[in-house]
Ligand binder design. Sequence first.
Ligand code: HGY
Ligand code: MN
Ligand code: MN
Ligand code: MN
Length: 394
Amino acid sequence: MSGLDAIAGIGADRRRGGYSRHLFDDAEQQLREWFVEQAEKRGLSVETDVNTNIWAWWGPPGPGAVVTGSHLDSVPGGGAFDGPLGVVSALEAVDLLRERGFRPRTPLAVVVFAEEEGGRFGVPCLGSRLMTGTINADHARNLRDPDGRTLAEALRAFGADPARIGRDDTALDRIDTVVELHVEQGKGLVDWGHPVAVADSILGHGRWRFRFHGQGNHAGATPIDDRNDPMVPAAQLVLAARRTAAGTPDGRATVGRLVTNPGGTNVIASAVDVHLDARAPRGARDMVQELTGQAREFAAQEGCRVEVVEESFGDTVHFDPALRDRLRGVLDDVPALPTGAGHDAGILAAEKPTAMLFVRNPTGISHAPEEHATAGDCEEGSHALARVLADLAG
Ligand code: HGY
Ligand code: MN
Ligand code: MN
Ligand code: MN
């Protein structure tokens, strides 16, 4: 896949393996520049919206637009395909359509959504949530990254005006239909023996921060029965999360990020943040409510206290069945698969007819360096996207 080869190496994470590309960091800015260059090379007109999503237009921006694209940022140590494949495939689909002499009847846009992974400010799909107003702009401005910088400060440093972020009706009014292509995050297509599928649903998911407060102290000078060590209830919560998810139909709970304060090996922590990602078909709040009760007990047993903050939430998304089946018709009846992974398409589906295409991932692994798609399947994906765009914008 020429496009992916062109950006391979940008944001390569030597320590973690894989890629780390987060909002406005050097790697993400290089990818933004690369995308603008690729779009302009294709004669697409490029604009960055008030929420720093980038739009590349084939034809004048206007109502009735068919929109495709994805994101360029990654999780820490993520794979090469999650996000970029959707952007590269959209550019390749434009090339394929041009080669066939296709001219869109409607405006057609390739979009790069900002901070889809929430890798810097902790809220997934931040760019599409801001655009649709599904996150409060003031709350967003005050989101802090791991270095304590606010989104407002980061926007100013990027050259954007933090006062302008928020629901963008100019952008939304232009959109008629959205199709996001994405590497599959799972092995559904491997089991089907198919290179491409359409998406059926996205599992409801959210993120919560459990902050356990204890008493910082000396690791050696403090007897065990004289401690209020927040790491103890934090560890109990991690195990409880696994138990609770295992007991919830299709429930998933993950603690991939623990932040200890101050973080010294010979220091009993004064506070520990447990960042929980929880997902379930009926939304994950039921699970988290149960876990919150347990967390309070764990904390009390250790003479600690806990505060819980919901950082993001989304219900299960069922994609528009008419659009889903229209795409399946165009693509010779490819499978329609559920996914446990969130996407900007999931945010937009609340506002516009939206669909997704998946490309087979032989490892089924994502958010890790082992994520993969073969060149042949990537090509199948671009061709499928071109057929879909020709059907929708033709
Ligand atoms: O977390 C997710 O499901 C998505 O990859 N942002
Ligand atoms: Mn992802
Ligand atoms: Mn993604
Ligand atoms: Mn996505």
